[in-house]
Design a binder for this molecule. Structure first.
Ligand SMILES: Cc1cc2nc3c(=O)[nH]c(=O)nc-3n(C[C@H](O)[C@H](O)[C@H](O)COP(=O)(O)O)c2cc1C
Length: 321
């Protein structure tokens, strides 16, 4: 059950994609997601040099013989990134699946993905962006609704409407998500017309997630009310965990603070302080509303297996068996 065009194209056991997560989708965690039957996506933007990135790709290759992908980041970054360097490494190492996410799809890079014969997945938040990248040759489109952890874009369309709208509009296979934390969300997104499901926030509460135990425990206590949107004033809306630093960011925005002041507290590399040291209020962490649906800290394999088993049971119940 649940063999789809996405499992077939990507060569994975379950139609589950582990979302790119900066500082979290390390080689080890990427491999854990792939070894559990999903598709892990290594976040290339974590690596400051071509050499460090090449080593990270080698680590993933050593840790899993299953398919994995690499994310090429198109969001504006504090540190300028030459994505062509990362793509050089992907080609050199024979990486077969690449995901892009962020503002505009990259005309020059996508030509390189195609020439190298890679499967190109682009993640976005609306019909018009999906159509644009389909025209540019994306092989798979991922859409995430407004509930999702991380960038939500400007359109504010929830998963329940976004996924079927994109499914009825595009021709290429679709991965959907935003708020998927368990079997119910998994099955719902497939029912909405996607052939695969992306999960980010729920993976934070797994044993292998490389974040401090304090943070895992705090997220376990969090409910669906404990997220908030920030950075809309600078055109980079993100859904994050509503901790002290996120509230401080919102206050600065309400007071019409300038870009440097806001960037000072949202700078992504500070997130490592929280992930490594467990200091829960010092930095901002992306987090979706699906955090309210996480009630335990399983291994990634336990999580994925239970999603598949329970989704099978729900599908049978719905079919009246
Ligand atoms: C902690 C965290 C960090 C994230 N970092 C990134 C990132 O660097 N790049 C990206 O494209 N998406 C990022 N995302 C979004 C995820 O890849 C995924 O699209 C999203 O989490 C799916 O929605 P969900 O959180 O409701 O499951 C992040 C999400 C979280 C929770």
């Amino acid at each position: 059950m649940f063999q789809t065009k996405i499992t077939e194209m990507l060569g994975i056991k379950y139609p589950i994609i582990g979302g790119t997560m900066m500082w979290i989708m390390t080689p080890e965690f990427t491999a854990a997601v792939s070894n559990a039957g999903g598709l892990g996506i290594l976040a290339s933007a974590m690596y400051e040099s071509r050499e460090a990135f090449a080593e990270a790709v080698d680590r993933v290759l050593n840790l899993t013989d299953k398919p994995f992908a690499v994310n090429i980041n198109l969001f504006p970054m504090m540190r300028p990134i030459d994505n062509n360097e990362y793509v050089d490494v992907l080609i050199e190492k024979g990486v077969k699946i690449v995901e892009t996410s962020g503002h505009s799809a990259p005309a020059d890079l996508c030509v390189r993905f195609k020439e190298a014969g890679m499967i190109w997945i682009h993640k976005c938040v609306g019909v018009r962006y999906a159509l644009k990248v389909q025209d540019m040759g994306a092989d798979i489109i991922t859409v995430v609704g407004y509930e999702n952890g991380g960038a939500t874009g400007k359109l504010d369309i929830g998963t329940l409407v976004l996924v079927p709208r994109v499914a009825e509009t595009v021709k290429v296979p679709l991965i959907g998500g935003g708020g998927v934390s368990d079997a119910r969300g998994f099955l719902a997104v497939l029912a909405l017309g996607a052939q695969g499901v992306i999960i980010g926030t729920r993976l934070l509460g797994t044993r292998e997630a490389p974040i401090h135990e304090n943070l895992k425990k705090a997220l376990l206590q969090a409910s669906e009310l404990d997220t908030m949107l920030i950075m809309r004033s600078i055109g980079a809306t993100h859904r994050v965990w509503a901790n002290a630093m996120a509230n401080k960011c919102a206050e600065l925005e309400a007071a019409r603070a300038g870009l440097p002041e806001i960037l000072e507290i949202v700078a992504g590399d500070k997130a490592r302080m929280m992930y490594d040291k467990g200091d829960l209020d010092m930095v901002i962490i992306s987090c979706g509303q699906g955090v309210g649906l996480a009630h335990d800290i399983p291994t990634v394999k336990e999580l994925f297996d239970s999603i598949i088993v329970q989704a099978t049971e729900i599908a049978k119940r719905l079919a009246g068996n």
